[in-house]
Design a protein around this ligand. Sequence first.
Ligand code: 4AD
Ligand code: MG
Length: 481
Amino acid sequence: MKHTKIKDLLNSTKPIDEVIVKGWVRTFRNNQFLAINDGSVIHNIQAVVDFENTPAETLKRLTTGAAVLVKGNLAESQGAGQKFEIQAKHLEILGDSDAEKFPMQPKKHSLEFLRENAHLRVRTNVFGAIMRVRSVLSFAIHQYFQERGFVYVNTPIITGSDAEGAGEMFKVTALPFDGTPRNEEGKVDYKQDFFGKETNLTVSGQLEGETFAMALGQVYTFGPTFRAENSNTSRHLAEFWMVEPEVAFNNLDDNMDLAEDFIQYVIKYALDKCQDDLAFLNQRFADEEKTKPTAERSELGLLEKLNFVLENNFKRVSYTEAIDILRNSKPNKNKKFNYIIEEWGADLQSEHERFLVEKHFKCPVILYDYPAKIKAFYMRLNDNTAEDRKTVRAMDILFPGIGEIVGGSEREERLDVLQQKIAELGIDEKELWWYLDTRRFGTATHAGFGLGFERLVLFVTGMGNIRDVIPFPRTPQNAEF
Ligand code: 4AD
Ligand code: MG
């Protein structure tokens, strides 16, 4: 006889004779009430143990964390809190869990403690909920693009190019550290390395994605990306997952429309499919907010925030307008910002982004037309007027509590303009020969963006730290598990 998922039993419309449940013990009360969870749903099922006819030896082994099998009848529960329970007739301990040693005790643990036990934290309600929501969001992303005819592209993890030109890359090498071969100039001789050239882990699949868009029309990547930036913040990971759609013949406005529609779709999908988990996370969020000083509390609850994003258009604001707003803002005048905004051209810090979203506009914001100087080489230059030439067709989407969730642009499709930009930045054109070929052969307007998947999960789950929405976070000084 096969076992049934707890989710299906709890959703049952009628009592059932003889069911089998397999899962892990959460609690065992009064030698009688056994709460079991199997990960299929946030709720536990209660098994009522016939303690008079169960050996004391077995009862002793019903400890938190133990793997068990329970056979019995699914019956309407007498107690409050659950519709159904199992009247256990047969009980087996599949795997013991030493109550003294099992770290996940049935009490509130700090998120820091849980991070140190990332291999077990998924056995808690909060991490079970987060990881189920993460999985559903990931499916929603594929569904959104697949329904619209986008082709899923698997871009390489090991590359020879620096897509963002930010130089924050992890090297990939098979050369020995001791006695590294050197060339005549005394530099590391990568010709002798595995790939015969310098390689790194990808920071973005965009450049390869563009080559596919220029053949398949609409494509998207969804994979891991790596950044060796030493940012120890609650928004940065060294290994994170990015979604990167790229669409031929789209301009920046189309790109913004796509990004907004896409984000609203996946949030709606999670709201529909993860009601139990989100109800739990909504309560957790509310409890968490209560511990904060009143001024820092979120005006909206988690579910309210998610619905707000669905029901309101994202506010589209040019960089230039944003700088004016920031320059005249209270925190700028009172020198409350760590970085005071003085001049047009300043890079926006997360404090500025959050001011715009949380205090000024109070809704998601799309900033566009950024100064060329602070953006990547591939973004299309605005050049209708001389004044224009200082900006590129970039867009960033800023979210409350998160800051930047999406970065994208219309791409520079003109070969000569792109070559000039590459030369100005001192990038070796030879490294990008294949990328430039897309501009040599049938070039066309195109645009795309990158969504940081963990930042999306952070927003949807209402968690405060990005380390808590990825199974095993990689951050500076931490690669355990
Ligand atoms: O803005 P970014 O650097 O853009 C790109 O990589 C482009 N190639 C995307 C494209 O146009 N196809 O990164 C995109 C998004 C950011 O908006 C942010 O959400 C996320 O990736 N991100 C990070 N998430 C977690 N940890 C980090 N260290 C991140 N760096 C970027
Ligand atoms: Mg960015």
